[in-house]
Each structure stands twice: as structure tokens, then as C-alpha cells.
Write a protein that binds this ligand. Structure first.
Ligand code: AP5
Length: 210
């Protein structure tokens, strides 16, 4: 099954992508994670993306489209995949269609902007393996230390309050129009993000099975 997860920054796409990945045994592909990894490794893509990302802006379409084109050719995508954070603009969705990639369902995770600001201010990520935590909703066992690899957990640079606001504006202007795009294709299903991650996961898996 080929799926897209749509939603504002901090709506819980990454969290749900991990749940679906485990439940359906298909890879979760996050353009955000791929770009952050490129940045860490100082590659050309990483350098091109840095200033945009730090300001909460979208990285240019051609950069992310190339990333996805390459990633989808990998063997692990043959039985399906979950796209987390791609497409983010109508031209990116059109590029996916032009590549001949058939999408079965688009799951929108809806969460109000005020809740998002609270969620992102508490998010901590492992600087080594990227595992994600929340100071209130999903704390690591020892404060500031990753449960998976024992490295330090840090605040993501683009989770600073002013940058979160910029990311929300970009979402409403450039990404939200994708809802209409996929509604017209009869593929959009909306899941209301719940206070408990497990509750949202139940609704997400139900939406995929329906
Ligand atoms: P990206 O990494 O994709 O960031 P994002 O979409 O802003 O998404 P986030 O990772 O912030 O949030 P999420 O929805 O995955 O939420 P999460 O599950 O972590 O992109 C970063 C940047 O890269 C972009 O700004 C852009 O510059 C660039 N980029 C990437 N893709 C691009 C593209 N296609 N085109 C152009 N540029 C691109 O949850 C958030 C927090 O809430 C966590 O702490 C979590 O524990 C908590 N939480 C989750 N669910 C719940 C719940 N149900 N109850 C309580 N807490 C919860």
C-alpha cells in the first residue's frame, strides 16, 4: 500500500508514520529526516537546504523531488511505503503523479494550531539516532538521554517558537491546498489527532483499513 501522511508541522505525522511502518511492515520516508541527515553529513543537498529549514521555510521543490525520486527506487519500497512530509506543495504532488507513482490513500492528521505550539515546544530529539520524545507526553526514561542509544536529546532548531509560527503559516499557505488536490482524486481521509498517541494510532489504522 502506498500512503501519504499530510498534516501541519507537529500534528504527529512522524509519530503515526512509525506506527504504520511497524503495523504494515512498509518503510516510512520522511523528507525532513532525509534532509536533516544530509545536513549532519554536510552533503550538497544538506547545504542547499540549511537556510530554508532554519527559517521554517520549505526547501525548493526540485531539491525534495530529486530526493524522493531516488528514495522510491530502493528495494524496500516494492511492497509499499508511507510518505511523511512529502508532498508539501501542489507542484510536488504533480511531480509524484508524473513519476507514475500510484497513491492509495492520503491520511490527513488534523490538530489545531494552539495544540501544535504546545507539542513542539516540548519535543526533544536524539542528536545521534533521531528518536523523538516529548517532555510531557512521551518522556525519555532518563531526562535528556535517548532510550535507544544513550546519546543526548536536544531541541530541534526549527522548534523555536518563532520558527514554529513561520512553519504553520507556510503550511496553511502552501501545503493545505493539497487537501483539495487529493479530495478531488477521492483519496483523502481525515483523522482528528487525539490527546493520547495510542488513540490517534487506532483511528489512523482504522482509516487505512477502511
Ligand atoms: P519535517 O521534519 O517534515 O517537519 P514537519 O512537517 O514540520 O513535521 P514535524 O516533524 O515537526 O512534526 P510531525 O507532524 O512529524 O510531528 P511528530 O510526530 O514529531 O520537515 C522539516 C523541514 O524540512 C521543513 O520545515 C522544510 O524546511 C523541510 N522539508 C521537509 N519536507 C519538505 C518538502 N516536501 N518540501 C519542502 N521542504 C521540506 O509530533 C510532534 C510532537 O508532538 C512530538 O513531540 C510528539 O511526541 C508529540 N505528539 C505527537 N502525537 C501526539 C499526541 N497524539 N498527543 C500528544 N503529543 C503528541
Amino acid at each position: 500500500m502506498n500512503l501519504i501522511l499530510l498534516g501541519a508541522p507537529g500534528a504527529g505525522k512522524g509519530t503515526q508514520a512509525e506506527v504504520i511502518c511497524n503495523a504494515l511492515n512498509i518503510p516510512a520516508i520522511s523528507t525532513g529526516n532525509i534532509i536533516r541527515e544530509a545536513l549532519k553529513n554536510g552533503t550538497e543537498t544538506g547545504l542547499k537546504a540549511k537556510s530554508y529549514m532554519d527559517e521554517g521555510k520549505l526547501v525548493p521543490d526540485e531539491v525534495v523531488i530529486d530526493i524522493i525520486k531516488e528514495r522510491l527506487t530502493k528495494d524496500d519500497c516494492q511492497n509499499g511505503f508511507i510518505l511523511d512530509g512529502f508532498p508539501r506543495t501542489v507542484p510536488q504532488a504533480e511531480a509524484l503523479d508524473k513519476m507514475g507513482v500510484k497513491i492509495d490513500k492520503v491520511i490527513e492528521i488534523y490538530v489545531a494550531d494552539e495544540t501544535i505550539q504546545k507539542r513542539l515546544s516540548g519535543r526533544r530529539v536524539c542528536e545521534k539516532c533521531g528518536a523523538s520524545y516529548h517532555t510531557e507526553f512521551k518522556p525519555s526514561k532518563a531526562e535528556g538521554i535517548c532510550d535507544v542509544c544513550n546519546a543526548s536529546t536536544v531541541i530541534r532548531k526549527d522548534d523555536e517558537p518563532a520558527t514554529v509560527l513561520a512553519r504553520l503559516n507556510v503550511y496553511h499557505e502552501q501545503t493545505a491546498p493539497l487537501k483539495g488536490y487529493y479530495e478531488n482524486q477521492g483519496k483523502l481521509v481525515t483523522v482528528e489527532g487525539q490527546e493520547e498517541v495510542a488513540e490517534t494510532s487506532k483511528l489512523t489504522l482504522k482509516a487505512i483499513e477502511a
